[in-house]
Design a protein around this ligand. Structure first.
Ligand code: PMP
Length: 443
């Protein structure tokens, strides 16, 4: 048997850091990452044959659990018909219809047209180019701690792996590009107003995670997204709502759908919405959508260029379609129930062990911030969550891992549940929590 450590050494000889995406490294928790052999339902199994209850879910896509038989069968059927054509297929039209139909409120969809791409990074990168093309303006507003993928203009003060590694941005981004991104504190209306007062005529778009979940989970204050839409529109700018992580995960119509239902008084219409993760059912597929007026600026109809050899790949589209067809109300109810049980039990175990913390929730997504000051007051932005007692997380993480539960290897990431987390899997997590909470307490 080859151990995880041996595989990590081998990988590291030819792959920088041994991983093909930095968040997979156990950079902030220490140790060799688990090399996964296979996954089924709520479980992943590593190269050493150890099975873990998986609370990463491929960082979001596995809404139904791993290797759902109907999704696998759909991909197998598609594979048998050919892997890639570089020509349109009927299934792409169908997936675009499904996305548009789902993201509808009161009979109106902000997604009249959809363009399929392969990664969330491409979706947000294209959304920004499109906003610039539509408005003829250069500046972009983003929020500290929000992660929108790794295109140049979006790496300033970004969450996810940059939060874990405490990087302010990325080397290799030109000063000229960085200067076109204005980074503001999240949930801070005055900051948004003042930047629009000063630069309103030059701002192409505001991009925001529908609910922030890449600095740990940190939902927008009620009405904040509607405020962003209103402010952007007053100044002739667009709102790009990034639902790569939340889309089709927190509900059938994503965070936008949840928010519209919970706060109809704060209804708003984003100009472009980006999707990823669940929409591809575990295959490389993402999308952007918007009104016909905006989206028809894209080539071949308009002057904003975007393309992809593998865009709308038939296997990826098959996985996405099968996943969305299966993701009905009962799936979301199951994911919500699993998230409730595990977040409540984790919080109780931490309290029992005397670890001051706060549960951060956005629909079925949740994470924990550690520190006395969060007990009374919820953090509103990146500065505050960066000041947490992050050192409590590595021993907590490793205690759970040793007991067969795989969490995201960073305190700045959301925990992901799936509809396959049944009572057996959940019980295994609950049984492991008290020891993990004690490890966090003595850290
Ligand atoms: N936007 C958000 C909100 C994300 O969470 C991510 C990935 N975690 C991305 C964009 C980038 O997606 P991808 O990793 O597929 O490029």
């Amino acid at each position: 048997m080859t151990t995880n450590s041996e595989l990590f050494e081998r990988s590291s000889r030819h792959i920088p850091g041994g991983v093909n995406s930095p968040v997979r490294a156990y950079g902030s928790v220490g140790g060799a990452p688990r090399f996964i052999e296979s996954a089924t339902g709520p479980y992943v199994s590593d190269a050493e044959g150890t099975e873990y209850v998986d609370l990463v879910a491929s960082w979001g896509p596995a809404l139904l659990g791993h290797a759902h038989p109907e999704v696998v069968a759909a991909v197998q059927r598609a594979a048998a018909r050919g892997l890639s054509f570089g020509a349109p297929t009927a299934a792409e039209a169908e997936l675009a219809e499904v996305i548009s139909e789902r993201v509808t409120a009161g009979g109106v969809s902000p997604v009249e047209r959809v363009r399929l791409v392969s990664t969330g990074t491409e979706a947000t990168m294209t959304a920004i180019r499109l906003a610039r093309g539509v408005t003829g303006r250069d500046l972009l507003v983003k929020f500290a701690g929000h992660y929108h993928g790794h295109s140049d203009g979006l790496l300033a003060a970004a969450g996810s792996g940059l939060a874990t590694l405490a990087l302010p941005g990325s080397a290799g981004v030109t000063a000229a590009t960085a200067a076109q991104t204005i980074v503001l504190p999240y949930n801070d209306r005055a900051a948004v107003e003042s930047v629009f007062a000063e630069f309103g005529g030059q701002i192409a778009a505001v991009i925001t995670e529908a609910s922030a979940a890449n600095m740990g989970v940190l939902p927008p204050e009620p009405g904040f997204n509607a405020f962003l839409a209103g402010t952007a529109h007053t100044h002739g700018a667009l709102l790009i709502l990034d639902e790569v992580l939340t889309g089709f995960r927190v509900g059938p119509a994503g965070w936008w759908g949840l928010e519209n239902a919970a706060h109809p008084e704060h209804a708003y219409v984003p100009d472009i919405i980006t999707f990823g993760k669940v929409v591809g059912g575990g295959m490389p597929l993402a999308a952007l959508g918007g009104s016909a007026r905006v989206m028809e600026h894209l080539a071949p109809l308009g002057p904003v260029y975007q393309a992809g050899t593998l865009s709308g790949n038939p296997l990826a589209v098959a996985a996405g379609l099968a996943t969305l067809r299966l993701a009905d109300a009962s799936v979301y109810a199951a994911v919500d129930a699993a998230a409730n049980t595990i977040s409540t039990a984790t919080s109780a175990a931490l309290t029992e062990a005397g670890v001051a913390h706060r549960v951060q929730r956005a629909g079925s997504l949740f994470s924990f911030v550690f520190g006395e000051r969060f007990v009374a007051d919820a953090p509103r932005g990146y500065d505050e969550v960066q000041g947490q007692e992050a050192w409590r997380y590595p021993p907590f993480f490793h205690s759970l891992l040793a007991d067969g539960v795989a969490l995201p290897p960073s305190v700045f990431e959301a925990w992901f549940l799936t509809a396959a987390h049944d009572s057996t899997a959940i019980e295994r997590v609950l049984a492991a929590l008290p020891a993990a909470a004690r490890a966090a307490a003595t850290a």
